[in-house]
Write a protein that binds this ligand. Structure first.
Ligand SMILES: [Zn+2]
Length: 314
């Protein structure tokens, strides 16, 4: 089998990169697909299942000896402080998913600043560890709100994992670099969700609904290709509600939302187990430590050279 575009260096690399395992800590009633059915003001009336589901994930990670990054909503952390402390005590990275899953591209800069500041402060207070990673709700940093990167850096974050360089109806920035880049060349990194390049476009290869809806072998082949051919780590993400087939159903959701949210929940935990054991995984801050710990004056700005195939190795 041959792979177009592989560099000779990548083809001769034997060691497979360690990938980044991530969990977006939110509950089943907080997802974008149901935002039109469930008002934020009503969230407290839903039975919460996030803590029990996170505990199952912590056990699963412990059995597989995997550490991960937990991008956690401030709203959830405030209500489940013991869960946050168990995440930290188990050796995982605590990171921010914003306060209440408001899309970053629907916020004015000052509102966004207050959101990420408040979330980081609450997470650090509860977890007792520095919080330097951020993921926007629904990958909602794109061409229209790139000002968000500068605010995140001002507020003490060191990286974001909020760009998904694909075409999608709810999110996506198909022209964004596929590899880590410094949006402002100031030492702050965007670590985009993983894609596979084929047939002239980017295909999602980072988990979420695609991982649940498509055969998981497709995902494993894609990640193996990114690791082997490009010599780069992938980033995988999933949600606590995705391993919970017994969660209450949301009334009145449309067919598309139902398909995205409820399909194949019962096989998710087993499929995650397969990838935990089939690849090497670690926390975001360790997988990308070479970038994040580099001096601020990095010589390259990947954003102005998106064709550069291997900034990680540089
Ligand atoms: Zn989310």
């Amino acid at each position: 089998m041959s792979f177009a575009g592989a560099t000779p260096k990548a083809m001769t690399t034997n060691a497979m990169p360690t990938n980044a395992m991530t969990v977006d800590v939110e509950d089943y009633f907080q997802v974008q697909a149901f935002a039109h059915r469930v008002a934020r003001a009503d969230w407290d009336s839903f039975p919460r299942r996030v803590e029990a589901n996170v505990d199952r994930i912590l056990s699963q990670f412990e059995c597989a000896n995997v550490h991960a990054t937990f991008f956690t909503l401030g709203w959830v952390a405030e209500r489940h402080p013991a869960m946050v402390r168990r995440i930290v005590a188990s050796g995982h990275e605590l990171a921010s998913h914003g306060w209440d899953h408001t899309r970053a591209d629907s916020q004015k800069p000052e509102v966004f600043r207050q959101d990420v500041r408040r979330t980081r402060a609450v997470l650090e207070d509860i977890g007792g560890v520095p919080v330097t990673g951020y993921r926007a709700a629904t990958f909602s940093i794109g061409a229209r709100n790139q000002w968000a990167f500068g605010i995140l850096r001002d507020e003490g974050y060191r990286y974001s994992s909020s760009v998904n360089p694909i075409a999608h109806d709810l999110y996506g920035m198909p022209d964004a670099p596929r590899q880590p880049f410094q949006p402002n060349g100031d030492g702050f990194w965007e670590l985009p969700m993983t894609t596979v390049r084929a047939f002239g476009r980017n295909w999602p290869c980072s988990g979420g609904g695609y991982f649940r809806l498509l055969p998981s072998g497709l995902y494993r082949a894609g990640l193996a290709r990114v690791n082997r051919v490009e010599g780069r780590p992938g980033i995988f993400y999933f949600h606590p509600w995705e391993i919970d087939p017994d969660q209450p159903r949301i009334d009145g959701a449309g067919w598309k939302s139902r398909l995205r949210h409820y399909t194949r929940l019962s096989v998710m935990a087993a499929n995650i187990d397969r990838i935990l054991r089939g690849f090497a995984w670690d926390r975001m801050d360790r997988v990308f430590a070479d970038l994040l710990n580099a001096p601020d004056q990095a010589p390259e700005r990947a954003v102005v050279a998106p064709h550069d195939a291997s900034p990680i190795a540089a």
